[in-house]
Design a protein around this ligand. Structure first.
Ligand code: F6R
Length: 533
C-alpha cells in the first residue's frame, strides 16, 4: 500500500484531487468509483475548480457511487443522490446520464444490486475507486461482519455507523437502518484505489489498515490484498507510534517511539528465563498494558542470538528456532519484526543518535562479550542472519580460548569482561599498586574501580588500559578495512569514561577512522527495535 501523509485536510483533498485529475486526463473516458461522506467534500471542491479552470474535463467520464441509504428517496437532502449533485455533479461538466447511484427507493433491492453490478461490468469496470473509511473500518457500507458479502448488496448498518452519520440528520431516529452498497469484491475489482482518512477519530482504522493484518472485523483491511491502493491521510489520522523491545538475559526493556521519533515511554520487566512461553506471555502482557495508553502500529524486538525469518536461536535465552515473530503476533495482534539486539542498537544510533546524517555505520558493543551491528544505506545489514558478530574476529592466532570454540577471538581481549579480568589479575600480581589498594578495599573489581585507579595515576592500571586499547584498535582496524564505514560507534558501560578510553583510542587509530561513543546509551536497543517497524 502506498502512503501519502499530509499536514491537514486540505493537503489530503489536494493530493486526492491530483490523482483523480491525472486519471481523467490520461483516460478521458475513465470510470470513477465515487464516495460520499465528509472526507471527499474538499477533493470534490478542488476538482470542480480545476474543471472550471479547464484543467480537467469530465465530459466523457462515467461514475458509479459506492452506496446509498435504504430506504431513502433521491430527493431527501440526506440521500447520496442529493449529496453528489450538491457537492460535485452540479459543479462539473459530467453528463448526468453517465452517473450511477443505487436507487434507495427500489422495490427489489436484490435485483437493483445485481443490475448495478452488471452495469459496472458492462461499462468496463472501475478504473479509479475513491474511498473514505468509517471509524470502525468500514468502506462503502461494508460493516465489520464475519459474512462480508463480496458483491453489491443490501446491508444492515451498525450502531457505530448510525451514530457517526446521525450528525447529518435531524435526529438519530431519522438515520436509515439499512443501505445498498458495493461489496468488498466489487471494490477490489477496481484497477486503482485511493482511500482518504482525516482526523484523530480515524486513527484506529488507519492503524489497523496499515498493520497489514487482514480481518473481517476491519473491512478496509481487505484492501491489503489489492496491488494498487494509495492511502492518503492527515497527521492526526496517521500514527506511527511503535513499541520497541530490548530483550536481555536479565531484563526486558520496553519503549514507545512516537512518529516524531521521541521515546515517550520506558519501562522494563525481569526476564523469566524458565521457558519460551513465559517470555512470550510476559512480553505480550506488557504490550497489551502499553496499548491501553498508546495507539501503536507495530512492535519491534531486538533479541540476542541468530535470527532467520523471525526465528530465534539464542544461547542465553530458552529460544531454539523459536518463531518469536509469529508467537508475538498471535498473542498481541500487531505486526512484529525481530532482529538481533546489536543490530537494533545500531539502527537506533544511526537514525536517532550519534550516526544521524550518515548512512553507513558500524556499532560495536563492549559488554560481557563484543557485539556489533552493521548499517548500510540506513538499513541493517544482516547477511544470512548473523552479520556483525565482531566479537569472534580472531585477533591472535592460538590466543585465548573463546566459548565459541575458536582461539583468540576479539571478545576475549576487548570486551568489558576481558578488561575487568585483566585488571583483576594485574591488581593481584602488583600488590603495591593503587589498583590493588582499591581492589582490596572494595573486595571486587569492576570498570568503575579500574578507571578510578587510572584517574589516580596508577601505572599498573594504565598499562592494562594501554594493552586493552591496542587490542580493541586491532579489532576496529580489521572491521574498518572490510566495511569502510563513515563512523564507528562504541557502546557499553565502560565507554562512559570517554576521556580515558576514547581519546587514547583515537590516537592509536589515526585520523582516517572516525570513532565515537553512543549517544543513546542504554536506550539505543529499544529505539532501534521500534524503528524496525
Ligand atoms: C460513503 C461511504 C462511507 C464513508 C465513511 C466515512 O460513500 O461509503 O464508507 O466513506 O463512512 O465517512 P466520513 O468521510 O464522513 O467520515
Amino acid at each position: 500500500m502506498k502512503l501519502i501523509i499530509c499536514d491537514d485536510y486540505n493537503g489530503v483533498s489536494k493530493a486526492a484531487a491530483d490523482i483523480v485529475a491525472k486519471e481523467v486526463n490520461t483516460n478521458p473516458e475513465c470510470v470513477l468509483g465515487l464516495a460520499t461522506g465528509s472526507t471527499p467534500v474538499g477533493m470534490y471542491e478542488i476538482l470542480a475548480d480545476m474543471n472550471k479552470a479547464g484543467k480537467v474535463d469530465f465530459k466523457k467520464v462515467k461514475s458509479f457511487n459506492l452506496d446509498e441509504y435504504y430506504p431513502l428517496s433521491a430527493e431527501n437532502d440526506q440521500s447520496y443522490h442529493y449529496f453528489m449533485n450538491e457537492n460535485f455533479f452540479s459543479k462539473i461538466n459530467i453528463d448526468k446520464n453517465n452517473t450511477h447511484i443505487l436507487n434507495g427507493m427500489c422495490e427489489n433491492a436484490e435485483k437493483e444490486c445485481e443490475q448495478f453490478e452488471q452495469l459496472i461490468e458492462e461499462t468496463g469496470g472501475i478504473d479509479l475507486q475513491i474511498l473514505g473509511i468509517g471509524q470502525n473500518g468500514h468502506i462503502g457500507f461494508n460493516e465489520p461482519n464475519d459474512n462480508l458479502c463480496s458483491l453489491t448488496h443490501l446491508t444492515d448498518l451498525t450502531e457505530n455507523t448510525i451514530d457517526a452519520n446521525s450528525r447529518f440528520f435531524k435526529s438519530i431516529d431519522d438515520v436509515p437502518k439499512q443501505a445498498l452498497t458495493m461489496g468488498i469484491g466489487t471494490i477490489l475489482k477496481a484497477r486503482k484505489i485511493i482511500i482518504m482518512a482525516c482526523g484523530a477519530n480515524k486513527h484506529d482504522a488507519v492503524r489497523a489498515l496499515l498493520s497489514g493484518l487482514i480481518s473481517t472485523d476491519m473491512p478496509a483491511s481487505m484492501l491489503n490484498v489489492h496491488t494498487d491502493v494509495t492511502l492518503i491521510c492527515d497527521k492526526e489520522a496517521y500514527s506511527n507510534d511503535c513499541i520497541g523491545i530490548d530483550l536481555g538475559g536479565t531484563e526486558i526493556k520496553f519503549g514507545v517511539l512516537s512518529s516524531d521519533k521521541k521515546l515517550v515511554y520506558k519501562d522494563s520487566i525481569p526476564t523469566d528465563n524458565s521457558s519460551e512461553e513465559k517470555i512470550v506471555s510476559g512480553i505480550a502482557n506488557k504490550c497489551k498494558e502499553i496499548m491501553k495508553k498508546y495507539t501503536v502500529s507495530g512492535i519491534g524486538v531486538g533479541t540476542p542470538g541468530i535470527i532467520r525469518n523471525g526465528r530465534v536461536t539464542a544461547s542465553n535465552l530458552p529460544f531454539k528456532d523459536t518463531n518469536l515473530k509469529e508467537k508475538l503476533e498471535t498473542a498481541v495482534g500487531l505486526p512484529v519484526r525481530v532482529s538481533n539486539d546489536a543490530n537494533c542498537a545500531a539502527l537506533g544510533e544511526v537514525i536517532c543518535g550519534a550516526g544521524q546524517h550518515i548512512e553507513n555505520m558500524v556499532m560495536i558493543s563492549l559488554g560481557t562479550g563484543v557485539g556489533g551491528g552493521i548499517i548500510a544505506g540506513n538499513k541493517i545489514y544482516e547477511g544470512t542472519g548473523c552479520a556483525g558478530e565482531f566479537g569472534h574476529i580472531v585477533i591472535e592466532i592460538g590466543g585465548r580460548q573463546c566459548p565459541c570454540g575458536q582461539l583468540g577471538c576479539l571478545e576475549q581481549y576487548a570486551s568489558a569482561s576481558a578488561l575487568v579480568d585483566a585488571a583483576k589479575s594485574a591488581a593481584e600480581t602488583n600488590t603495591d599498586s593503587i589498583l590493588n589498594k582499591l581492589y582490596t578495599e572494595k573486595r571486587t573489581m569492576d570498570g568503575r574501580i579500574f578507571f578510578d585507579a587510572v584517574e589516580r595515576g596508577c601505572s599498573v592500571a594504565k598499562a592494562v588500559l594501554d594493552e586493552y586499547i591496542n587490542y580493541l584498535a586491532i579489532g576496529i582496524k580489521n572491521i574498518y578495512n572490510i566495511l569502510d564505514p563513515e563512523l564507528i560507534v562504541l557502546s557499553g558501560g565502560i565507554t562512559n569514561s570517554d576521556k580515558l578510553l576514547l581519546d587514547p583510542l583515537k590516537r592509536v587509530l589515526g585520523d582516517n577512522i572516525k570513532v565515537t561513543i553512543s549517544k543513546l546509551k542504554s536506550d539505543a536497543g529499544t529505539i532501534g527495535a521500534a524503528l524496525l517497524v
